[in-house]
Structure formats: structure tokens, C-alpha cells
Design a protein around this ligand. Structure first.
Ligand code: HEC
Length: 286
């Protein structure tokens, strides 16, 4: 009996520590400063407004965006993502069987620190791991059906809040976060520009016909469907790490491989900066 009580108490302790993992104080200070900067620089915008990126900066653009979102050009592919999500694997299981939470909550778990593996896990890697653990072939990443299924989960999670936690006292988690933070602020490429040069200091300014989106809120609507991607290669869908690659190329730096530590840690930092913002489902971008 005593043993049982101890086991139960330990189980309760473990479940409560994982559910209530405290945000690292250093990370919370970064988030407050980051969000504070944007709220001060754009006093007309509320925290949630930043989710609409460049469209939040212009009434005309916002009207065009809203008109497109009334009949989104990606609806059919999003539906295909839902079909793939529900389609049984050869072993009879579906994707859902890889998670213990409801389908609508899965997106909110990521990116997360996996202490046992000592690394950051992203939603998109979770999908690939699920295929592999069910004996299925891996899919190509970043676009196509990989992005459609991730978009299906993003759309189911609409209205839930981003909450990336770097557990207080976990030195390895903090090191991964700091690695992502360094990546974000480091100048790179022939143009010698950091992510922050364009999306923090440059937010709202125009570059080659584009209005630069604020970094705050960029994580609320990914994967996105981009008109530009639909015109060039593929069907318009792209994951966050596909976008990181595109932005690295813009400064003529060599992109990193998707789902390796560089972009995973970057995604950890970049998403945490939007903590407290609502996931808005997959959206259109130019
Ligand atoms: C030379 C300027 C420049 C740099 C440097 C740059 N980007 Fe971008 N980025 C753009 C432009 C232009 C767009 C398209 C318009 C927009 O949404 O800002 C874009 C779009 C994005 C988007 C999509 C936003 C959305 O809502 O669809 C993300 C995310 C992003 N960048 C992240 C990054 C990250 C992370 C880095 C650093 C690795 C980076 N960018 C570096 C110019 C830049």
C-alpha cells in the first residue's frame, strides 16, 4: 500500500511538473522586451494584430487580404491534408495515434523541448517521426503533403495560444534557445543582414515591393500558402522551415537543411517570441 501511494505521488509530481513547467525567467524577460519593442513602435496595433503581418500595417492591404481569405485559394489542398491525416496507415493506425492529446491541441505542443532526446522537436518533425514509427515511408518535407497535413493541424488549432516553454533550470534547453536566438540576431550572407535587421528593425518598411512583416506574430499562421510559391514551384504551401531557407537565400546565404538543430533551435526562439498570441490557422501570404 505504502509503495502504491509513493508511486501515485511520484506520478502526480511528474505529471504536474511537466504540465506546469515554468518558463525560464531569462526567456520571459526576452519575450517581454521583444513584444514591448513592437507594441511601442506600432502603438496602433494590439498584440493579436501582429498576427496579420504586413497586412496589419495598411488598411488597403488588409481589405485585400480579407477578401482573399473569404474564399482561400488553398481550401482544396487543406482538405486533402485532412484526408491524409485521417487515412489509415498500412498497419491500420492513423496519425492521431501518435499523440495523447486531441487533434486540435497537437499544434500547440510545438516547438517543444524534449529533455530525453536533448533537442527541440517541431510539429513537422513529429509528423515524419509518426510515419516512421508506423512503418511508413518518410515524406519529403517543407511543402506538398507534408505542409498540407501540418496546415490541417494549424487550422484545427485556430484560437489557441502559442506557449513555448524553455523549462527553468534546464541548461540544455536554454542552450538550444540561446543558439536559436544567436542565429536570429547574427548577420549572414553576402548582404550581411540578420533576420532581425529585416523583421525587427525593418518591420513595416518596404523592400523590393514587399512590406517587411514584423517578427512578432509570424508563427501564428504557418504553414502558409504563398502566391509566390504557387507561381514558381509546388502548390503554394510551405512550412516555417521552408520559409527560413527562402529568407537565408534572400541575403545570399546558403540555407541549412530542414529539421536539423540550426533551424529547429531558430524555430524554438522565433516561436517563443510570439507567446501569448492566438494561432490563426493557415493563411494566405503574397
Ligand atoms: C533582406 C531582408 C530579409 C531578411 C534578412 C530575412 N527576411 Fe524574412 N522575409 C523577407 C521578406 C521580403 C519577406 C516577405 C514579406 C514578409 O512577410 O515579411 C519575408 C518573410 C518572412 C517570413 C514569413 C512571414 C509570414 O507571415 O508569412 C518569415 C517567417 C521570415 N521571413 C523569417 C525570417 C527569418 C527567421 C530570417 C533569418 C533567418 C529572415 N526572415 C531574414 C525579408 C527578409
Amino acid at each position: 500500500m505504502k509503495k502504491l501511494i509513493i508511486t501515485m505521488a511520484t506520478a502526480a509530481l511528474f505529471s504536474s511538473t511537466s504540465a506546469l513547467a515554468q518558463q525560464s525567467a531569462a526567456v520571459q524577460a526576452d519575450i517581454d522586451a521583444f513584444q514591448g519593442y513592437f507594441l511601442k513602435t506600432f502603438p496602433n496595433l494590439s498584440l493579436q494584430d501582429f498576427s496579420k503581418g504586413p497586412y496589419a500595417m495598411s488598411d488597403d492591404k488588409m481589405m485585400q487580404f480579407e477578401a482573399i481569405m473569404e474564399m482561400p485559394p488553398f481550401e482544396d489542398l487543406l482538405e486533402k491534408g485532412g484526408d491524409l491525416w485521417n487515412k489509415p496507415f498500412a498497419n491500420g493506425h492513423t496519425f492521431s495515434s501518435c499523440w495523447k492529446v486531441s487533434d486540435a491541441e497537437i499544434r500547440t505542443l510545438y516547438p517543444r523541448w524534449n529533455a530525453a532526446k536533448g533537442k527541440v522537436e517541431t510539429l513537422e518533425q513529429g509528423l515524419i517521426d509518426c510515419l516512421v514509427s508506423n512503418g511508413e515511408k518518410k515524406w519529403g518535407t517543407g511543402k506538398g503533403k507534408h505542409a498540407w497535413v501540418a496546415s490541417h493541424l494549424t487550422t484545427l488549432a485556430e484560437g489557441q495560444v502559442i506557449n513555448v516553454v524553455v523549462p527553468e533550470g534546464d541548461a540544455a534547453a536554454l542552450a538550444a534557445y540561446n543558439d536559436g536566438k544567436r542565429f536570429y540576431w547574427a548577420k549572414r550572407g553576402q548582404l550581411n543582414l540578420s533576420c532581425a535587421n529585416c523583421h525587427v528593425g525593418g518591420a513595416g518598411k518596404r523592400v523590393r515591393g514587399n512590406t517587411l512583416s514584423p517578427a512578432l506574430g509570424q508563427s501564428t499562421h504557418f504553414p502558409v500558402w504563398r502566391g509566390k510559391w504557387a507561381k514558381s514551384k509546388g502548390d503554394g504551401f510551405g512550412t516555417m522551415q521552408r520559409r527560413y531557407g527562402g529568407c537565408n537565400k534572400q541575403v545570399r546565404a546558403k540555407p541549412f537543411k530542414r529539421h536539423k538543430s540550426q533551424y529547429d533551435n531558430l524555430e524554438f526562439y522565433h516561436t517563443a517570441m510570439s507567446n501569448g498570441m492566438e494561432i490563426s490557422g493557415t493563411e494566405y501570404r503574397e
